[in-house]
Design a protein around this ligand. Structure first.
Ligand code: FAD
Ligand code: NAI
Length: 462
């Protein structure tokens, strides 16, 4: 039994960042983690492993599709799946060990095991009960289930199983055209699987800018992904090595089936708070099963806070990290702040897709007068040289004040380009501010400047 200023439950991007910031602010900190390694969903079975596989499979795609055009001749590489998985695993290990190192450096105790909160101010791990002035729950999320779909993580898998399949499937059926379905669907399509995505709605990636959705789907189709839209999956039936997926088309209620070697269930994630004892403590939850918090991330039970995927808001690692830092400031008696209006979202396919702020649809619903500045990567010299001319930058600005309200990018390095717009928005910049800023040539970021110019007198290269 030990006494701490703060105990954080969960070591994902929310929890570990919060622990480090608490330690930096002079607090005595422990972090409870039940997994074998630190880093949560993100480092172990989420962001990091998926990006390793996206990177490796993209390299293969480049070799197969673009090398010869640049005069790089010869046989394209063949895939050693075991080696690709071990590259992915070593990437995970480098990152999770890195967090362990940061914990030691910041004198944060890792309490190994699954934690619960028997009463405010106490955290139980195994047989030990520790005390803490403040407790921060960062217990994350888990894949949502779908009635009729039984996951075995071998033939019918969630993202976790999809990151370590025994072999590359000949036929992969993905349920859900959201972020996970399209990222992991892209990986296997590049590795040679026949990928069919079954989506309930009529557009992919719900909530995203409609033009981006259309362009994105067109590009993915060109890359070989098949789509069945407006289709509600009813059930899956699996043997040891095959599965059948039954879906109903919403337009006429007709029933159809698809055969698959592997089915990836990617219809969203739900907050995870099992075993913490929140019911007995009387911690209030939202209608959607998230831990309810106030503007300073405190629950209705004084001294107990919650952050990350376990509370409301986008389920993103950087949103969890920002809340982790802000909650640390709060428990250290300072002021923590997260600007929820400027949280970027990125899909790491090729091309990448990125967005921040409001969509045109949201502006229309608000009845707000806005202008659009759009620039195609076809007009960007660097993108053309790199076979990356597909896509565009779209900036939305207030019609009267020119203040940037949102941005939507599909194209090369979109996930990096979005951040200059995030910074601009944080500073309340106008599109003209961005347009007047010198951008180095030849860079992809010139497309951002051109879109900003297009909000005013016009882009130069269009
Ligand atoms: P988590 O990362 O889920 O961590 C929670 C941790 O708490 C877990 O390790 C769990 O074991 C531990 N825990 C829970 N309860 C207890 C307990 N009682 N005792 C002890 N330990 C406990 N987001 C992005 O921003 N970018 C991406 O590219 C991205 N890619 C993703 C790819 C995939 C395949 C998936 C599944 C998710 C991805 N995400 C991505 C989402 C991202 O992983 C999450 O938003 C992020 O991990 C949330 O962080 P968190 O700290 O709230 O929770
Ligand atoms: P999602 O919410 O992004 O997409 C789920 C999709 O499934 C939606 O398009 C939905 O309409 C569809 N769907 C729901 N029920 C269905 C049914 N019965 N039949 C067919 N389709 C159905 O969820 P996803 O992809 O599982 O990702 C979960 C979370 O993980 C996301 O919130 C995301 O923020 C996070 N994540 C983030 C990444 C990133 O930032 N690059 C990468 C991967 C995950």
């Amino acid at each position: 039994m030990a006494n701490y200023d703060v105990i954080i439950i969960g070591s994902g991007p929310g929890g570990y960042v919060c622990a480090i910031r608490c330690a930096q602010l002079g607090l005595k900190v422990a972090c409870v983690e039940g997994r074998e390694t630190l880093g949560g969903t993100c480092l172990n079975v989420g962001c990091i492993p998926s990006k390793a596989l996206l990177h490796a499979s993209h390299m293969l795609h480049e070799a197969e599709h673009n090398f010869a055009a640049m005069g790089l001749m010869g046989k394209s590489p063949s895939v050693d799946w075991k080696q690709m998985l071990s590259y992915k695993q070593s990437t995970i290990e480098q990152n999770t060990k890195g967090i362990e190192f940061l914990f030691k450096k910041n004198k944060i105790d890792w309490l190994k095991g699954w934690g619960s909160i028997p009463e405010a101010g106490k955290v139980k791990v195994g047989d030990e009960v520790h005390s803490a002035k403040k407790i921060i729950i960062a217990s994350g999320s888990e894949p949502a289930s779908l009635p009729g779909v039984e996951v075995d993580e071998k033939v019918v898998v969630t993202s976790t199983g999809a990151l370590e399949l025994g072999k590359i499937p000949k036929k992969l059926v993905v349920i859900g055209a959201g972020v996970i379905g399209l990222e992991l669907g892209s990986v296997y399509a590049r590795l040679g699987s026949e990928v069919t995505v079954v989506e309930f709605l009529d557009a992919i990636t719900p909530g995203m800018d409609a033009e981006v959705q259309k362009t994105f789907q067109r590009i993915l189709k060109k890359q070989g992904l098949g789509f069945i839209m407006g289709a509600a999956v009813q059930k899956t039936e699996a043997t040891k090595s095959k599965a059948k997926v039954t879906y109903k088309l919403r337009k006429d209620d007709s029933e159809h089936t698809l055969d698959a070697d592997v089915v990836l269930l990617a219809t969203g994630r739900k907050p995870y708070a099992d075993g913490l004892g929140l019911d007995a403590l009387g911690v209030a939850m939202t209608k959607r099963g998230q831990i309810a918090v106030n503007a300073t991330w405190e629950t209705n039970v004084p001294g107990i806070y919650a952050i990350g995927d376990a509370i409301e808001g986008p389920m993103l690692a950087h949103k969890a990290e920002d809340e982790g830092m802000a909650a640390a400031e709060q428990v250290a008696g300072r002021h923590g702040h997260v600007n929820y209006g400027v949280i970027p979202g990125v899909i790491y396919t090729h091309p990448e897709v990125a967005n921040v702020g409001l969509t045109e649809q949201a502006l229309k619903e608000e009845g707000r007068a806005y202008k659009v500045g759009k620039f195609s990567f076809m007009g960007n010299g660097r993108a053309k040289a790199n076979f990356a001319g597909d896509g565009f930058v779209k900036i939305l600005a207030d019609k009267e004040t020119d203040r940037i309200l949102g941005a939507h990018i599909i194209g090369p390095a979109a996930g990096d380009l979005i951040h200059e717009i995030c910074v601009a928005m944080e500073f309340g910049a106008s599109a003209e501010d961005l347009a007047m800023t010198c951008h180095a040539h030849p860079t992809y970021s010139e497309a951002v400047r051109e879109a900003a110019l297009a909000c005013g007198d016009g882009a130069i290269h269009m």
